[in-house]
Design a protein around this ligand. Structure first.
Ligand SMILES: [Zn+2]
Length: 165
């Protein structure tokens, strides 16, 4: 499985950025000065960063659950911050953030997006060439990369499934 370089960059940028924000909050003078005044805000920023790290690492390891946790958190957080209340503008912004995230995951590499891998769509439409190990379409009878006849693969599978009936 492979993903477009920008998708990897986007996910790792989120992980490293979140770690830097958490470290900044815990170790900067700013944190100690403001801690008692903005305790709630700081805690929610740290929780948000931790969830961002977890969801990005899940997606980096091909778990679709990372995306859904990210959606639930991004939208749900607005209803749980004390004394903040629901703001329509922030709700729209959170939807745009999710749409951008979805768009990034759909950037394709060799015709297959990270989203296709996460949802299992890739397995339904592709297979590996037995000769050159490149990714080819399931219905292919000739490999587009090495040009060899791969119809045998399909025929043998059909024969096996016919015999088993
Ligand atoms: Zn091939």
């Amino acid at each position: 499985m492979g993903r477009h370089g920008f998708v990897s960059f986007y996910l790792w940028f989120g992980v490293i950025g979140s770690i830097i924000i958490i470290l900044t909050i815990f170790f900067s003078d700013n944190y100690f000065n403001q801690y008692f005044g903005n305790e709630i805000d700081q805690i929610f920023i740290v929780i948000g960063c931790l969830i961002n790290i977890i969801t990005n690492l899940l997606i980096l390891n091909w778990y679709l659950s990372g995306f859904w946790i990210s959606c639930v958190y991004t939208i749900g957080i607005q209803f749980f911050i004390p004394d903040y209340g629901f703001k329509f503008r922030d709700f729209i912004i959170s939807l745009i953030v999710i749409l951008i995230f979805y768009g990034v995951l759909n950037i394709k590499k060799n015709g297959i997006s990270t989203w296709d891998y996460l949802t299992g769509k890739e397995e339904r439409i592709n297979r590996t060439c037995p000769f050159c190990a490149n990714c080819i379409k399931k219905e292919a009878i000739v490999c587009q990369f090495c040009g060899r006849d791969v119809s045998y693969d399909i025929v043998s599978k059909i024969k096996v499934s016919d015999e088993s009936k």
